[in-house]
Design a protein around this ligand. Sequence first.
Ligand SMILES: Cc1cc2nc3c(=O)[nH]c(=O)nc-3n(C[C@H](O)[C@H](O)[C@H](O)COP(=O)(O)OP(=O)(O)OC[C@H]3O[C@@H](n4cnc5c(N)ncnc54)[C@H](O)[C@@H]3O)c2cc1C
Ligand code: FES
Length: 281
Amino acid sequence: MKVKNREPAKQENNIYRPIKGTIERIKKQTSDVSLFTLELEEPVHYKAGQFFMVSVWGAGEVPISVTSLARKSTRIEFCIRRVGMVTGRIHQLKEGDNLWIRGPYGRAFPLELAKGRDVVIVAGGIGIAPLRPLIETFMKRKKYKVSLLYGSRSPDDIVYLDETRKWKQQGVNVVLTVDRPTDGWKGNVGLVTTLWHLAEVDFKKSVAFICGPEVMIRAAMQDLFFFGMPEERIITTLEAHMKCGVGKCGHCYAGKLYICKDGPVFSYKEIKEQSILNLGF
Ligand SMILES: Cc1cc2nc3c(=O)[nH]c(=O)nc-3n(C[C@H](O)[C@H](O)[C@H](O)COP(=O)(O)OP(=O)(O)OC[C@H]3O[C@@H](n4cnc5c(N)ncnc54)[C@H](O)[C@@H]3O)c2cc1C
Ligand code: FES
């Protein structure tokens, strides 16, 4: 029997094809978080809220959010916390070394919801990473009143500290808080969810974007809903263990949805209706 020659899959259409990036700059943020700026071999078009699968040869691949301003570019930034095997290897790399990325994947933040409204941004720890391009976008557009409530473990764990000062100078109402103060810290102490009174907005008329540990996300969403913010305007981005990033392997299945493909950005309404998080009611 004659076997038909099969057309080889076009490489550029391969959803798993990684693009090589060279690390141009590593900027240490805290003892376990660094900002990596990559120059890629070809441009990628990404938006705030989307993520890439980032890999290191011999170690593996991890999902990481875009932390640079949305655009089509060969330049991209990732803010990465060292937690385990792959992120540990990434933190051993130096400027000039290579990382491979594939994506962008997932839904972006629905920026259109903020049109004509005030914006509350709630971040916990490394959760500030995907929210940074959002803050930058609102600042660039100049039409928005933005309040950022950002909680960290300690003053030494504040990621983008320089930038929070810049954001403040440019009109963002920046409210920082820490769990454990150190000598000299004069700011707020306690959970971000104890600082709602410092957000200079009318919650009923605003939109919220939240990212951080799951326990913080749950508490923040429930508070905002309680204050009268419509559930479709309470937006968060969720984490899950991921392998493929494109809805094929089932690793990130939650409720009835895939976090990688249907998220990672969801509204509180979707989270409740699709039982994505255990909200305790
Ligand atoms: C959509 C998305 C975007 C993300 N964006 C960022 C980002 O911008 N910056 C950043 O630093 N991290 C981000 N993460 C988390 C990052 O992917 C994990 O920290 C990373 O996968 C850990 O891999 P590792 O091999 O270093 O750790 P491992 O050795 O695999 O694990 C170390 C510990 O972390 C836990 N862990 C691993 N992966 C996850 C996960 N996805 N969710 C919860 N716990 C996990 C493990 O259970 C274990 O306790 C994101 C995750 C997702 C799903
Ligand atoms: S990571 Fe494979 S289905 Fe989401």
